[in-house]
Design a protein. Structure first.
Length: 309
């Protein structure tokens, strides 16, 4: 006897696509008996409506399907969802076998084996998608703070420069460096330093807008792309962040007293009055780095702002 799906696990949905109501009914009944959930469609267009509303786990097509003009769109949706297509065909050499006979020739055990094989292929595809998403996240995110990393921001700044140039929107770039961060690692160790970096990441993210792009640029430096932000807006954002940083009590498990820190900040801002006033991403970041160096040379907790030419 063919084992059925247990009550504790959800039944896989199989969509049968066939123009013959008799074939649809036969396959639906068999699939239900095997423990699957089953639906049917007369053609590719009807199948597309079902896939778009409630995607099945497998699409079953008896015989050699005569696809309509709706097949390309259906196939696109199936590919998007990672839904396998299972085709039931006659044994080799039996080209004259009717579709009803093809269905009759396939035992319940064979049908279940084929459906389970298709489901396994979908499970593998899902696992691959999840793994690729994880690898992509690791490629573009800093594992310590959870922020975007330098790789991501170098891609994004190019996009934002083009957008600002196209629409004549202002764009600002803020570089933040934790003052005397090396002393934290030297005096209390890297675990405390890592905690400080995570706290700073939270402070920077919390004091910026949701539309701003925050990343860990390098070591104890953080970069923020302030979209649609002119010099005044960038200055307000930088001071808000600096005030929050200076007011924050950073946790130190090795001491009863909290750690107090400040940040040096450099800002480069660009206000394209017209498309002739162009810039490019290395120039914007390089100017922010220059502003940050000037801020650090002036002492801790300083802000320097420079305008791109």
């Amino acid at each position: 006897m063919v084992s059925q799906t247990t009550a504790s696990s959800p039944a896989a949905m199989v969509l049968v696509v066939d123009p013959d109501p008799s074939n649809q009914r036969t396959l639906r009944d068999r699939l239900l008996r095997l423990g699957y959930s089953a639906r049917s469609a007369d053609d590719d267009a009807s199948a597309l409506d079902i896939v778009s509303a409630t995607p099945p786990d497998v699409v079953l097509i008896p015989g050699q399907a005569d696809h309509s003009k709706g097949w390309p769109e259906l196939q696109k949706q199936l590919d998007n969802w990672g839904i396998p297509v299972l085709k039931l065909s006659a044994r080799a050499g039996n080209t004259d076998t009717s579709l009803a006979d093809i269905i009759e020739q396939i035992s319940d055990g064979d049908l279940k084996l084929r459906v389970e094989s298709a489901l396994s292929s979908r499970s593998l595809l899902k696992a691959l998608v999840v793994e690729n998403a994880r690898l992509e996240a690791e490629r573009l995110h800093d594992p310590l703070t959870g922020l975007f990393n330098r790789r991501y921001v170098m891609i994004r700044v190019e996009e934002e420069v083009r957008r600002s140039l196209r629409h004549a929107y202002p764009l600002s770039c803020m570089l933040i460096d934790i003052d005397n961060f090396a002393d934290i690692n030297d005096n209390w160790g890297h675990p405390v330093g890592d905690g400080v970096l995570r706290d700073v990441a939270h402070i920077v993210t919390r004091t910026m807008r949701s539309t701003d792009i925050v990343c860990r640029y390098r070591d104890d430096e953080f970069l923020v792309l302030l979209t649609d932000t002119d010099a005044t807006g960038a200055q307000i954002a930088a001071n808000r962040m600096r005030d929050a940083m200076a007011a924050h009590d950073f946790f130190n498990r090795d001491s009863g007293d909290p750690v107090k820190l400040t940040a040096s900040t450099g800002v480069a801002y660009w206000e394209p009055a017209d498309k002739k006033n162009a810039t490019w991403e290395p120039q914007l970041i390089a100017l922010a780095e220059r502003a940050l160096r000037a801020a650090k040379m002036s002492g801790p907790n300083r802000l320097v702002m420079l305008q791109t030419s």
